[in-house]
Design a protein around this ligand. Structure first.
Ligand code: C5P
Length: 231
């Protein structure tokens, strides 16, 4: 895999002109993530537009519903030709299995473990999920593997444990990545790009540090250099 392919830029924008502006400013960008904000704003045709530009598209709509509905959603979305799609592992084994059966084409299906904005206290006290975040993430990842998913979304902090328990081929896609000195925002379980790579992360999902920068190309290049050193 080329180093540029390790970075999936989260396009959390609403307007098409902003999106096109960003793509023009960072021409080396090869993988993008379309989340709810952009998808709900511009609709399914957006996937084709990005694919026509030669980009790989991770459609991050975090499906979480009963198995039958999850099947329909994954089937419809994978027909758009996206490269990656995700479901919440919290939907359970049966939901993930049905979602996996619904995939068409080459789309990879990834399970969201615990959001990187959730810390230990919020997980235990608010969500009433007992145990450490790492134990819970590992349990969710093991369920995702049992359901036949291609990998999980997790924080870089859990990537090494997931790789050692579930194997190198099982993908670790990690948001919660912050270059030194950048704003953390609402992210709680964060690591630097170098730490994420050293922990075994396959893809680093990075949004605001790039998209909100006055010089996205410079930040993108700095992250690339940091990854190159860490590999
Ligand atoms: O701007 P930032 O780098 O925080 O963006 C991270 C992206 O990854 C966001 O689009 C967010 O929705 C997504 N994400 C996450 N944590 C997860 C799953 C997805 O931050 N567990």
């Amino acid at each position: 895999m080329k180093v540029t392919e390790r970075i999936i830029v989260a396009l959390d924008l609403q307007a098409e002109d902003k999106l096109l502006g960003l793509l023009a400013k960072v021409p080396e960008l090869s993988h993008v993530k379309v989340g709810m904000e952009l998808f709900y704003s511009l609709g399914p045709d957006l996937v084709k537009m990005l694919k026509d530009r030669g980009l790989k598209v991770f459609l991050d709509l975090k499906i979480h519903d009963i198995p039958n509905t999850a099947y329909g959603a994954v089937n419809t979305l994978s027909r758009l030709g996206c490269d990656m799609l995700n479901v919440h592992c919290a939907g359970g084994l049966a939901m993930m299995q049905r979602a996996r059966e619904a995939l068409v084409g080459e789309t990879k299906l990834i399970g969201v473990t615990q959001l990187t904005s959730i810390d230990q206290e919020a997980m235990n006290q608010q969500l009433r999920i007992q145990g450490s975040v790492e134990e819970v993430v590992l349990q969710y990842a093991a369920l995702a593997k049992e359901a036949g998913l291609h990998g999980v979304v997790c924080s870089p902090k859990e990537a090494a444990a997931i790789k050692s328990r579930l194997g190198k081929e099982f993908l670790a896609v990690t948001p919660g990545v912050r270059p030194m000195g950048s704003e953390t925002g609402d992210q709680k379980r964060i690591s630097t790009p170098a730490e994420a790579i050293k922990a075994g992360s396959d893809y680093l999902v990075i949004g605001r540090p790039i998209t909100q920068s006055s010089d996205p190309q410079r930040v993108f290049n700095e992250i690339l250099s940091e990854i190159e050193v860490a590999l």
